[in-house]
Design a protein around this ligand. Structure first.
Ligand code: KIV
Ligand code: ZN
Length: 512
């Protein structure tokens, strides 16, 4: 390998722009810790000027994560750059990422600025950011639809002003791989000072080509890829980290470049992102989907048994998918639990282990074999949701062929206990009606789905809901061996996320 590609992860910033995917600060910190373990080079922690919540999350991450670069996004205004710097200044390696659009469509209709004005803004922003840190990235938003020579001119000016990375985004996912690769080559050969900066790419997946475009760009000389775990992000999402990394890892002869990613952390990170955001990974998703290593056809199974290389281009262990997923039972002790959680990427304090241990024992009493997925749920629900406003204390449901389904529910609302009862068309409807009454929510349930987390009839049911209130969207997730309890947990999780969004209003997204 003669070259290194910088992996810039934007799951916490662009990924969080997926509808309903908002995360609170504790969740972002947990994810950031995992990203560090995964080995990303740069972590874009958020857009500090967007909201108080974003600012808090970015500064908490900058205070805690010391092994990798932490970036904060800013438009080209001084206020945004001040806010970004304030949030990231405690990081060991802070990076200010400033951007402005460079396509004629964006400049004419959105910014209402001339080309010269845009260059001036870019230069001023980079210079200003440079007064705080050496490490400044400049992005030409909608770069793939920009005039090529103008794009090179903007990059040249940004580098001249001190940008150490210049980023070429395919903001609307419009590019085609050959075209994007040739654009990258053009930029490499027509930006006179390009050797003084790293050329980065940032692709969206509107045509399903984000990974292909990113790989084409790396082949053409780009040396930073901006990606998200599971490819989550605005609209159809961003380039998926795991796809780019595994494509490079699996085909080193084609593009001889390396990344610093610990591939065995890919699957645990993917699970964590899905658990925290509530966004389910589609089963046929490359690398991390449930079916990615499942061989259904008889001919394939036969071949795999004779030699896995017949139909498997990657080993499941390489991405951290352990073959032996059976973990603990009710006789397992605290030490075994702690060690196993460590293997899964959870380095918990004694107090947290104790909390998880109690829940684990409760589950092991109901379920013979406790699997990795079960432990992840216990950790997510038991540790990351401790700041929730609404918490389920107790619920009881009666339903059957001849009775009207009825639920009685006890909740803690900001530590105040409330209880109530209600009817419904089915047991879940009865529980939801009761919770809605107790929480006085004005939200609307847009989607409800349930699936089994693992195999077997004693598996935990995993419920995902999508809620909307006054234009705010939130996903909620809950799991439990009892699917009615899982449904209640998911609803309450969604309501907590809505409360979080209400108390952390977005103040600035213009220009994103
Ligand atoms: O898609 C985009 O253009 C962006 C920029 C802010 C880099 O997310
Ligand atoms: Zn983007």
């Amino acid at each position: 390998m003669n070259d290194r590609v910088i992996i810039f992860d934007t799951t916490l910033r662009d990924g969080e722009q997926s509808p309903g995917a908002s995360m609170n600060t504790a969740e972002k910190l947990r994810l950031a810790t995992q990203m560090e373990k995964l080995g990303v080079d740069v972590l874009e922690a958020g857009f500090p000027a967007a909201s108080e919540g974003d600012f808090d999350a970015v500064s908490s991450i900058a205070n805690k994560i010391k092994g990798i670069e932490v970036a904060g996004l800013a438009r080209t205004s001084k206020e945004d750059i001040d806010r970004a710097w304030e949030a990231i200044r405690a990081a060991a390696k802070p990076r200010i990422h400033t951007f402005i659009a460079t396509s004629d469509i964006h400049m004419t209709y959105k910014l209402k600025m001339s080309r010269d004005e845009v260059i001036r803004k870019a230069v001023e922003a980079v210079r200003y950011a440079k007064s705080f840190t050496e490490n400044v990235e400049f992005s030409a938003e909608d770069g793939s639809r920009s005039d090529r020579d103008f794009l090179c001119k903007v990059f040249e000016a940004a580098i001249e002003s001190g940008a150490t990375t210049v980023n070429l985004p395919d903001t609307v996912g419009y590019a085609i791989p050959q075209e994007f690769g040739s654009l990258v080559k053009y930029v490499m050969t027509h930006t006179p000072n390009i050797s003084k900066a790293v050329l980065s790419v940032h692709c969206h997946n509107d045509l399903g080509l984000a990974t292909a475009n990113t790989i084409a760009a790396i082949g053409a000389g780009a040396r930073q890829a901006e990606v998200t775990v599971n490819g989550i992000g605005e609209r159809a999402g961003n380039t998926s980290l795991e796809e780019v990394v595994m494509a490079l890892h699996t085909r080193p002869n084609f593009i001889p470049v390396a990344t610093g990613i610990r591939t065995d952390q890919i699957y645990p990170t993917s699970r964590l992102v899905s658990m925290i955001t509530g966004i389910i990974v589609q089963p046929n998703k490359a690398i991390v989907g449930a079916n990615a290593f499942a061989h259904e056809a008889g001919i394939h199974q036969d071949g795999i048994l004779k030699n896995p290389m017949t139909y498997e281009i990657m080993k499941p262990e390489t991405i951290g998918l352990s073959k032996n997923k059976l973990v603990l039972g009710k006789h397992s002790g605290r030490h075994a639990l702690r060690e196993h959680l460590k293997d899964l990427g959870y380095d918990l304090s004694d107090e947290e282990i104790q909390l998880v241990f109690v829940k684990f024992k409760e589950l092991a009493d109901k379920k013979k074999n406790v699997m990795d997925e079960d432990l992840e749920v216990i950790v997510t629900e038991g540790i990351l949701r401790t700041t929730d406003i609404f918490r389920l204390e107790y619920m009881h449901v009666t339903s059957g062929t001849t009775v009207m389904p009825m639920a009685s529910v006890k909740l803690l609302i900001n530590d105040r206990s409330v209880r109530g009862a209600g009817y419904g068309n089915g047991p879940i409807d009865a529980v939801y009606n009761t919770i809605a009454k107790l929480t006085d929510t004005g939200s609307e349930l847009l989607r409800f789905s349930v699936s089994a987390l693992t195999g077997g009839t004693d598996a935990m049911g995993e419920v995902t809901v999508r809620l909307r209130e006054n234009g705010l969207l939130a996903l909620g997730k809950g799991a439990d061996p009892d699917i009615i309890t899982a449904s209640a947990k998911a609803y309450i999780n969604g309501l907590n996320r809505l409360e979080y969004l209400k108390s952390h209003p977005v103040v600035a997204t213009e220009g994103l």
